[in-house]
Design a binder for this molecule. Structure first.
Ligand SMILES: [Zn+2]
Length: 362
């Protein structure tokens, strides 16, 4: 069986606390690909778009690639860039009709000048274009600030389950497999979304150990239960002054909304019961530098409030100031955009060395 399917990926997270904005040029300088041109660039990528492509091939789904747009996070997206990219997406979606389904990869924390949840606006426009019953599967970054529309408008929503993110491709494959089941096995996804009054510090979001490892083991266990099609936890993106900021749980069941809702509420309670374990007790900057000085070997100090990969400007000098105050001579790593002032200043300090972090992991 050959089924026309389409895949698309406009993705960005937006830091609303920086003075910068994200422009179309940022996408053009990073990744902005249309139609078949996106296949050679993305098919082997460790990204959900690569997973879409692999999963469609595994399931003999005929693909109609639409658009891929990605930019390093900055401040809110300029309106003209948003309208251009989403307009291109909708035009290509209309031109590709008739289609049987749409795989859509959004970050989930994109803010534009006009929309506090630009991803929700994108979903509203896409859903309006394809109609209420058209299969639309959405993938989201774990740092998505899930707005109600992100659970209400897609047929199913699937979120990364690792941080650092190492499962994007697997989640993309999961989206394509679910699409194949919707089209061929007539599974009927229904999903419930629970928003928790909970923010998780980024240093507590590692999923390989600690409380989130326990929580995601429970998420994985739930995904294996009969009648459950997917389960997700999104801690959210904390560098956004957004009404949707915070932790979300999404559970997708097969045709049983009450089951989806009860499992989502149970999982949300499981997460909330671990909230004290999710607290991060961090030293202040003078203490951190003093502790680092007492350690033999290489020490890495990071100002995670100025994370370039999360849209920070990379110009914080708070750690540098303390390093100089404590007369530290060797062995520190300084993050910063290329030509960033902290890195330059540190480099000029005798006996220290600076390393630029040009393409950060977020
Ligand atoms: Zn993320």
């Amino acid at each position: 069986m050959v089924l026309p399917d389409s895949c698309t990926n406009p993705t960005l997270s937006s830091n609303t606390f920086t003075k910068t904005t994200t422009t179309l040029q940022h996408f053009q300088d990073a990744f902005l690909h249309y139609g078949e041109d996106l296949i050679p660039v993305w098919q082997d990528a460790h990204h959900e778009l690569g997973g879409f492509i692999a999963g469609c091939r595994e399931n003999d789904l005929e693909m109609v690639p639409l658009l891929a747009a990605w930019a390093t996070p900055h401040g809110p997206l300029r309106d003209e860039a948003y309208e251009r990219i989403v307009g291109d997406l909708l035009a290509r979606l209309a031109a590709a009709a008739p289609l049987d389904g749409l795989l859509l990869a959004l970050h989930g924390a994109m803010v534009s000048e006009s929309y506090r949840s630009a991803d929700s606006e994108t979903l509203r426009r896409v859903r309006a274009a394809v109609g209420p019953h058209f299969p639309l599967i959405l993938s989201l970054d774990m740092h998505a600030n899930v707005a109600p529309e992100m659970a209400a408008l897609p047929t199913a929503t699937i979120v990364y389950r690792t941080y650092p993110h190492v499962d994007q491709r697997a989640r993309g494959v999961e989206c394509a497999h679910l699409m194949a089941r919707i089209l061929r096995e007539r599974v009927r996804p229904v999903q419930a979304h629970v928003k928790l009054p909970l923010l998780m510090h980024i240093v507590q979001q590692y999923t390989g150990a600690g409380p989130l490892a326990t929580i995601f083991a429970e998420v994985e266990r739930l995904t294996q239960q009969p009648g459950i099609l997917s389960a997700s936890l999104a801690p959210g993106y904390i560098y956004a002054d957004s009404p949707y900021m915070g932790t979300s749980v999404i559970v997708v069941a097969d045709g049983d909304w009450e089951r989806a809702e009860s499992e989502a509420r149970r999982l949300a309670q499981f997460v909330f019961d671990k909230r004290l374990e999710l607290n991060a007790a961090l030293p202040d900057v003078p203490t951190a530098v003093a502790q680092a000085r007492a350690i033999e070997g290489t020490v890495c100090l990071m100002d995670c409030g100025d994370n370039i990969g999360a849209g920070g400007p990379g110009d914080s000098t708070i750690i540098l100031e303390e390093i100089l105050k404590q007369h530290v001579k060797t062995g520190f790593f300084a993050g910063g955009r290329q030509d960033g002032s902290p890195a330059r200043a540190l480099h000029s300090t005798r006996g220290t060395c600076a390393v630029h972090q040009r393409w950060p992991i977020h």
